[in-house]
Structures are given as structure tokens and as C-alpha cells.
Design a protein around this ligand. Structure first.
Ligand SMILES: [Zn+2]
Length: 337
């Protein structure tokens, strides 16, 4: 990838898979792919898929003998490629659900089967566990991260949009899982992404401003963020959200990259912004944000090392915005007890 100056290795923005969009309308092709035992199926049950640790020949398995909860926490900070998705053939995925064409890579078709139902469709074998993208996204390799992000986004969309917004009739999945059609009025409906901005505010002394949300424990801090409202540009959203949440004025925005955040449907647009000289002092809005604090690099390092300051896990663009300012990886995160 050329050096664009952007954040290029965001955990959920990897993959670059061939989505084979030109195949989505070809029902015969998709049915044939489903009958091919070489096709790989990712079964997603209520947002979770089966994953297992990757055994490295030269060392101990990265994941071994961990309890479910322990594995979830551990994997959140495991290195990329240390966990893989459990993919099966179509004949091992004979469950009712929406089939989604995820990708075609090296002649192999990858399909997600989105299963609802109260119970997991089958027991996870051989140390595999059911995990959500949030827990394992950063630990998956590039291909698997790309597959799971798309599957999660579409699973959330299908679940949340079962009816026609025009007439209320139940819609049916179409175009290899990439749209829904209303049988009553033939209207077509497509997955959407809701843009949101996420911003690290810096002052001219090179300090960074972080906030703590009302529901977070003491010491948990992150960047400021908010949804782009109807009729609003992303840049205006940055300025408005920072003023609302932290009471300060910013300008000189640097756009640094984006990543999907399909919980359920966000696209996070990452920025650094500079405090305007003469801005009012930072103060929390008292509702969403109950504490705002300026950090020097030394305060950030010492706080993270001591555990008195906890920043989001490495899957988040928030952490990447903080580490880009800091200039190096920081220790600790919310994911660790
Ligand atoms: Zn309708």
C-alpha cells in the first residue's frame, strides 16, 4: 500500500478481499457454489462465530486451556494471526439462515450462513469457542478479519431490518444476501453504514484531551466521538461534538483513516484536531461525558504503565489515534482485568 500518511493497519479495515459483487445477482452461480464441497462457510450465530487459536509449529499454542472468559479477554490483545475462524463445507452447515456471499479468493468461494435461533447450532469442537468480532477481530489474520467484519455487518443488518420500511411486510433476502426485497411492492433495500467521527484533540503544547463517559469506571479514557447528523459534514461534526462533549473549540483537522465498526452499523472516521488558541477551558458536558483530562506524553505513559489510566483495546481506532500521537504502542487496555 502506498504511504498515504493515514492509519493503514486498522484491525477491522484489513482484508482487501474480492467481494465478487458481479456474482450477487447470479442465483445459478451462487447455488452451484453452495453445492461445491470446496466452498468455505462461516456460520454466524447471533453475531458470533467459532474461532480457535492457531498452533505455531515453533512454539506452544498461543491459546491453550483457557476458560471461555479468559480466552475472550486474552484474544482481545493477542497478535494478528494468532486466532482463526472455523470454516466448514456447505454439507456441514445445513441450518436455516441467510446465505451471504462474502468473497471469492483463489477460486474458493466464502459464504456466511447467518443463523438466528435460541441455541448455538452445534457444539464448538476441539477447543474452538463462539466469539464476537469485538473480542477476536484484532487477533484474526487479514483474510479472516475481512470475512468476519462483512459477515457481522450483514448479520446485524438482516436482523435489524426484517420488514419493508414502506409497507411493513416481511422482506426476503436477495442478491446473495446483499439486499432485501419486499414481496408486496417489489422495493429493494440495501445495507447501510452510519458515519461517525472519532477525534483526538491536541493542544499547542502537544497534550492530548481524553474523556470518560458516565458509565465507565474511574481511569477509563478514550477519544471523543459522535454520529454525523443528517445534513452535516464530517468536519462540522468534529467541531460540534468536541464543543458539546468537552466545551472546547478546535480547528486544523487531520483526517487519518476510517474503519467499519459494525456494532451495529457504524463507519468510524478518525481525526486529530487542534485546540483553537483562546478556546474556553475543557469541561465535561456532565451527561455523556463526566470527566475530561489533558495528558502529556509522560502522564499517558506513566498512567498506562501503572494501570491508573486505561485506554481502549487495539481493535479500536480510538487507541490508534492515541498511539499515533504518542508515537509508540502503549501498555494495557480495557480488555485486561
Ligand atoms: Zn413493501
Amino acid at each position: 500500500m502506498p504511504d498515504t500518511g493515514l492509519l493503514v493497519t486498522l484491525a477491522l479495515a484489513r482484508g482487501g478481499l474480492d467481494r465478487a459483487a458481479e456474482r450477487r445477482s447470479d442465483e445459478v452461480w451462487f447455488d452451484t457454489a453452495w453445492s461445491d464441497p470446496a466452498t468455505r462457510v462461516l456460520v454466524v450465530h447471533r453475531g458470533k462465530a467459532r474461532v480457535r487459536g492457531v498452533e505455531q509449529s515453533a512454539r506452544e499454542p498461543v491459546i491453550s486451556d483457557l476458560s471461555y472468559d479468559g480466552a475472550s479477554r486474552r484474544w482481545a490483545e493477542a497478535e494478528s494471526g494468532s486466532v482463526e475462524l472455523v470454516l466448514v463445507g456447505p454439507q456441514q452447515a445445513a441450518y436455516d439462515g441467510v446465505r451471504v456471499l462474502l468473497a471469492v479468493e483463489n477460486g474458493i468461494t466464502y459464504v456466511a450462513l447467518l443463523v438466528e435461533g435460541a441455541r448455538e447450532p452445534w457444539d464448538a469442537p476441539d477447543g474452538a469457542t463462539w466469539e464476537g468480532l469485538r473480542e477476536v477481530g484484532a487477533a484474526l489474520g487479514d483474510r479472516d478479519a475481512g470475512l468476519f467484519v462483512v459477515a457481522t455487518a450483514l448479520a446485524n443488518w438482516h436482523t435489524g431490518h426484517p420488514r419493508c420500511p414502506r409497507c411493513g411486510v416481511a422482506t426476503v433476502a436477495a442478491q446473495a444476501g446483499w439486499s432485501r426485497t419486499c414481496p408486496a411492492d417489489a422495493s429493494q433495500h440495501f445495507p447501510r453504514s452510519d458515519p461517525a467521527v472519532i477525534v483526538l484533540v491536541l493542544d499547542d503544547d502537544d497534550r492530548a484531551l481524553l474523556g470518560r463517559r458516565a458509565e465507565w469506571p474511574d481511569g477509563f479514557f478514550s477519544t471523543l466521538a459522535g454520529f454525523v447528523e443528517a445534513g452535516e459534514s464530517a468536519e462540522i461534526t468534529v467541531i460540534r461534538e468536541v464543543a458539546e462533549e468537552a466545551g472546547v473549540d478546535v480547528d486544523r483537522l487531520d483526517y487519518l483513516g476510517s474503519q467499519p465498526w459494525p456494532f451495529p452499523a457504524s463507519l468510524m472516521l478518525g481525526y486529530h484536531a487542534r485546540l483553537v488558541p483562546g478556546s474556553p477551558p475543557a469541561r465535561p458536558d456532565g451527561e455523556e461525558i463526566t470527566e475530561v483530562r489533558w495528558f502529556t506524553r509522560e502522564e499517558m505513559r506513566a498512567g498506562c504503565e501503572a494501570g491508573s489510566v486505561r485506554i481502549p483495546p487495539s481493535i479500536s481506532i480510538a487507541r490508534r489515534l492515541i498511539e499515533r500521537w504518542y508515537g509508540a504502542p502503549l501498555p494495557g487496555s480495557w480488555a485486561r482485568p
